[in-house]
Design a protein around this ligand. Sequence first.
Ligand SMILES: C[S@@+](CC[C@H](N)C(=O)[O-])C[C@H]1O[C@@H](n2cnc3c(N)ncnc32)[C@H](O)[C@@H]1O
Length: 307
Amino acid sequence: MPINADTLRRRCAEEMGAAARGFGDASWLRDAFLTVPREHFAPTRVWWPSPREDGLYSLIDRDERPNAWLKALYSPGVALITQMDDGLISPDGPAKGALTSSISSSGVIIELLRHLAPEPGERVLEFGTGTGYTTALLAARTGPGTVVSIEIDPAIADGARQALDGLGLDVHVITGDGELGHPAAGPYDRVVATASVRQIPQPWLDQLRPGGVLLAPLDSPFGCDLLVRLTGAGNGTAHGHFVAAADFMRFRGQREPRPYAELGWPESASVERWQELRVEAGPHRQQIIDSAPPRPLAQSRAESSTP
Ligand SMILES: C[S@@+](CC[C@H](N)C(=O)[O-])C[C@H]1O[C@@H](n2cnc3c(N)ncnc32)[C@H](O)[C@@H]1O
């Protein structure tokens, strides 16, 4: 028997609402989640995000297994893979490759948008359009003509444009490198990325209005990305802190690892205290500052002499 997408969407919202952070007091976000049909944005064929025992990722084809496809889409913690190896692998069957695009999991997107907290009428710049689903949630909040979204992959950008047009959403999707931003429509009240960076690109800071909010997943030395929330301070600078741990696909131009010291991470940064780190970014470079008070000498001596 076919499952009803509206029922699954409601159940998914209830599940996320019951989770520790969920929608918080952002009722607009719950409304947007319930209004925007996630299934409208997902391609017919997607890969499940964890590999099988043989290392291949299973394909879920909507035409063959419509219920499995829909259930996977509305599993709060599941990001379904929509592209491997920058499109070199066709979605014809189980496959193995670098995961390069997805429809982000509902849970992660809800967390991201809750921290971004856009207001009606604000101008938003988004990077990593992907399917256009996050873009649609944003546009549902800020309104027609307010969202510019940049996607580097032309085929993916086209798909998102069509999906957004299909729902009559007035959003500007640009095919290009998000690291450059889009100064023509700036400055922006909110800047948000759904792919991660090792270093915040300076154009994002230059295009953020003073008092505006930038939210992006930043690679960390802790084996995960941390969502950084920065407030624009003018002159291309911004400061803030980390609000959550999450994992995202990397910006194409930032896939190569770089020494963390070069990226402004202090040696003292520890995973147990990531909430205490402050982040400053600007023309001079990004700096992650360990603001925890130094431990008393007697305490560190006692700890280091413990066998
Ligand atoms: C995790 S997906 C975003 C998914 C999207 N939030 C959704 O739910 O459909 C990340 C996207 O970032 C895109 N991307 C990677 N590097 C980029 C860049 N330099 N500029 C713009 N987009 C980029 C990828 O092609 C991919 O589509």
